[in-house]
Design a protein around this ligand. Sequence first.
Ligand SMILES: *Cc1c(COP(=O)(O)O)cnc(C)c1O
Length: 425
Amino acid sequence: MTSERSKSLYEKSSALLPGGVSSPVRAFKPYPRFIKSGKGSRIIDVDDNEYIDYCMAFGPLILGHSNDVISSAVAEQLSKGTLFGAPSELEIEFAESVCRHFPSIEMLRPVSTGTEATMHAIRLARGYTGKKKIIKMEGGFHGAHDSVLVKAGSGALTHSVPNSAGIPEESTRNTILVPFNDLNAIEEAFKSNRGEIAAVITEPVMGNTGPILPKKDYLKGLREVTITNDSLLIFDEVITGFRLSLGGAQEYYNVKPDITTLGKIIGGGLPIGVFGASSEIMSSISPVGPVYQAGTFAGNPLSMSAGIAAIKCLEKINYSDLNSLGELMRTSLDKVASELNIPHVVQGIGSMFQIFLTSKPVENYADALTCDSAGFMKLFQGLLDEGIYVPPSQYETSFVSTAHTSSDISRTADAFFKVMSEVLR
Ligand SMILES: *Cc1c(COP(=O)(O)O)cnc(C)c1O
């Protein structure tokens, strides 16, 4: 496999874009592959190498690359206009499509990214409760804005900047960190900040430190402790929404948050974010209420039409088929690594998976840090040469989509076997 064109594009791009990329999670050494097209489960780079993709753009592409139904919905909208700066009927249809599946969301506001969604969800929680502080999980990732970029997961963790430079200490003073899966820690945090916590924000299944599942009744515990203390529960379902089930993790685990953020999948591959809640809470948002939020591209017709089409497709798929494929991947990887006697833990749920190079279950951020992340990068490089594209970090989640097949998975398991036996033994 050669990658000469990627190499020369990287040389050009790194003079123009920091690290040669538009988002740090895409960078890896010696240089990233430049992708020219994608279809179904496959992507093709500029040197004409084909990969089975499990990064899937870090989550949005649950229906595969370049899905026909979504593409034609976007093409149709394209001919009618891309942005009006005025309401369109599409926003109503989109909101109905989301609310139909999320009983906790009676009203929502579309934005352009997941980052904006959580930023405004937190502002809304503060505005609604009149309280200042928020509780966030160590290793939780809620986008790249100031109040949540503390011990953050995803690229922040991969590139060793979980606490970014350029964020004044004052901006994170009101962010309290606790380990995921530890109800005592939450209760302690509430005790020592009595009456001051606006909200707890968490991914119901952590996805940005690799997939970390909530322990039994942990989410219910979060629900109870937030109610008891008159503060709000925010589920950041930017990854899990429409992935674990149509109604996301809140349906799957049967725990109803006050505010939900969505993104990734619901844009059908176009830029999107959403925050939503009960009508009462959402009535705090401008122009109805005092919490200001705005966006030129919010609810833009292309993202709306792609999102509506994606949700329509998801309403027709069989989630248990998709999840079985995820399960097949998890058991295959576990089998491969066990045969080779490589210390590992395979984790995930539904269509989410990751192999952690460590010997004990990963239940929180501290556990994740015990992984051999350098070993993982060797694995990543080897897989790339075998035509398998997983996210370039131990601390990300891999995804199967409805476009993947069981033969993709057996080919992938063979590649894991080959590479693991070469680079990890
Ligand atoms: C990706 C992600 C975000 C940020 O979304 P962007 O669209 O990248 O801004 C927020 N929360 C979670 C859980 C995510 O996985």
